[in-house]
Design a protein around this ligand. Structure first.
Ligand code: ATP
Length: 269
């Protein structure tokens, strides 16, 4: 790693249930800030709200990064968006490097973000991010945050229920990236993005970068809130990472990521 702290301590596994679960257990054993768990395969990869993450071996990236922040736990959910910026920077840079090295088209798609935690290429989901908060038993103010990332790098096929929604970097661009190099780029990008987040105490220094890549920006979206479903036009995130949605009456509402899903009016985006 060409980083100061992110991923400097690395635990690599061939096959584990979930990188988030393994890192949570390492955290209880005293693992330090920046510890990275990487696996070649997960047997029980996790997504948000108890969903699963398809994690076949030998093709993709599954990693989790441990953070022991000084800020209060209510800010932890914003780290999903910090990681989303780092992943788009990493994928974008890796693809850019590939242009000119091989006969790759210079018109490669740019990674985009579907709020709050998905990264897409050509409207296909190639990455999901899952942030989990762990309160350390016995320590009043002790807590850690685990940011888990799954990236479809070389997968060529997906189970039926994901067909039409999921894609991989290789399918969408024709570029076969080195998984190791991509992780290095993302760790370096994460350090830089995290520094901005810590300096501001919120996402104000990353907001414009995030919003530029937001796939639903200025489009009609359906918001699936447990309190009720509604539609509106997505206008971008605020400094807290909430999605600002303009309602039909012209008023603006801020949607908090916790239990909410956003969709395009006709499909996934
Ligand atoms: P959604 O993708 O429906 O907006 P989400 O952001 O809450 O939901 P995640 O936590 O990112 O979901 O990931 C879990 C969901 O992603 C699963 O329910 C499944 O639809 C999809 N999924 C699972 N594995 C993969 C994969 N390898 N590539 C792309 N999508 C996947």
């Amino acid at each position: 790693m060409q980083t100061t702290w992110a991923g400097k301590i690395l635990h690599e596994y061939e096959c584990i249930e979930s990188t988030n679960a393994t890192l949570a257990s390492l955290a209880t054993q005293g693992a330090c800030n920046g510890t990275l768990v990487v696996a070649d395969k997960q047997t029980a990869g996790r997504g948000r709200r108890g969903r699963s993450w398809e994690s076949p071996e030998g093709k993709n990236i599954y990693f989790s990064l441990l953070l022991t922040p000084a800020f209060t736990p209510d800010k932890a959910s914003m780290l999903t968006l910090v990681m989303a910026c780092a992943v788009t920077r990493g994928i974008g840079q890796a693809l850019q490097e590939s242009v000119g090295l091989t006969a790759v088209s210079p018109k490669l798609p740019k990674p985009q973000i579907k709020w709050p935690n998905d990264i897409l290429l050509n409207q296909k989901k190639v990455c999901g991010i899952l942030t989990e908060l762990h309160i350390s038993p016995g320590k009043a103010d002790g807590y850690s945050v685990i940011v888990g990332v799954g990236i479809n790098v070389k997968s060529q096929e997906f189970p039926e229920d994901l067909a039409g929604k999921a894609g991989s970097i290789e399918i969408e661009t024709g570029v076969c990236l080195s998984r190791k190099h991509l992780i290095q780029l993302i760790m370096s990008a994460f350090e830089a993005c995290y520094e901005r987040f810590e300096a501001a105490g919120d996402l104000s220094l990353l907001m414009s970068e995030y919003n530029e890549q937001l796939i639903n920006r200025d489009s009609q979206v359906k918001v699936f809130d447990p309190k009720g479903e509604f539609t509106g036009v997505a206008r971008g995130i605020n400094a807290a990472g909430e999605l600002l949605v303009e309602l039909p009456d012209g008023s603006m509402t801020a949607v908090y990521a916790g239990e909410v899903s956003v969709r395009g009016t006709d499909g996934y985006v």
